[in-house]
Design a protein around this ligand. Sequence first.
Ligand SMILES: NC(=O)c1ccc[n+]([C@@H]2O[C@H](COP(=O)([O-])OP(=O)(O)OC[C@H]3O[C@@H](n4cnc5c(N)ncnc54)[C@H](O)[C@@H]3O)[C@@H](O)[C@H]2O)c1
Length: 334
Amino acid sequence: MRLLVCGGAGFIGSNFVRARIEGHGDEVVVLDKLTYAGRRENLQDVAEAPGFRLLHGAIEDREAVARALGDAEAIVNFAAETHVDRSITEPDAFVQTNWLGTHVLLEAARERGMRYVHISTDEVYGSIDDGSFTESSPLAPSSPYAATKAGADLLVSSYVHTYDLPASICRGSNNYGPYQYPEKLIPLMVLSALHGEPLPVYGDGLQVRNWLYVTDFASAIGHVLDHGVRGEVYNVGGPDECPNLEVVERIVELTGADPALIEHIRDRPGHDRRYSLSSEKVRGLGWEPQVRLQQGIEQTVAWYRDSPWWWEPIRSGEYRQYYERHYGRALSAD
Ligand SMILES: NC(=O)c1ccc[n+]([C@@H]2O[C@H](COP(=O)([O-])OP(=O)(O)OC[C@H]3O[C@@H](n4cnc5c(N)ncnc54)[C@H](O)[C@@H]3O)[C@@H](O)[C@H]2O)c1
């Protein structure tokens, strides 16, 4: 297949691009704004693959999108501002990319009658105390991040109903694994533990997440792209639920860090307590998650331990200022 993958230089997008090139022989063009979270290094091992190109551009730029589309058969859209904490302090870019950018891609897909797969999140449903969200659960986003993602999902659905656009939506639960920017919980804790830095846990740390290893999400998106019913939404939840604090404790054990480094800090405003997805529908397409949480954390710790080439430039760049602004202290020197 010839694919345009927007946001393909980020964490999940780059894992998806690698899976499609190596597993399916797809020809992939990536359109990416290369924000702090988008990095050429994430795709360096597929840079020479036949048909692969990485184009620097924003999804809200109609001309850049038209140029990138070429003879693509489908658009898969990962491009987004993704960090909830940043959406609380700087929401503008979230509205711009997540909502307006999605609209530009939908218009391009509509003009060409193209297949469009939109990557979304369990956060659009808000928090759930018991049971799991299905695809028909109401949307009740809590953060500006989640609200812009929910808005984009509604826009996609409106294009399905109004213009018969052959679009599908994949709502994933919390992802983790290689190439994730260290502002997010698991890589933040792994890198902090490896550097002997404090491990800042929001509130009591008992927020429960439905952890999904990134290659499992990438394969679920592939199933939806190849076999998904047009117009449908698919929830993709990980095989294990676990409170954040327990995830941090497992990382402490695997890295041999001092448990006294765990530090409870003031909770994130509006922090959702629990996410949980029912994945029955996507399982009906033949998808099964392959990586349980303990194995996934072990693989992730091993990857970060072995990949200073990847994280050293991050820890000396924008991330250093972000960390200082957000946690009110400096990162240690590498
Ligand atoms: N990380 C998770 O746990 C998770 C879970 C479910 C769904 N999602 C969704 O999956 C998608 C990818 O998430 P991620 O964790 O890989 O994010 P990420 O922050 O690692 O990557 C986002 C990518 O989008 C690019 N980008 C940002 N603004 C852009 C713009 N205006 N135009 C073009 N490219 C732009 C960035 O440069 C980066 O490469 C997002 O849509 C996110 O909402 C993430």
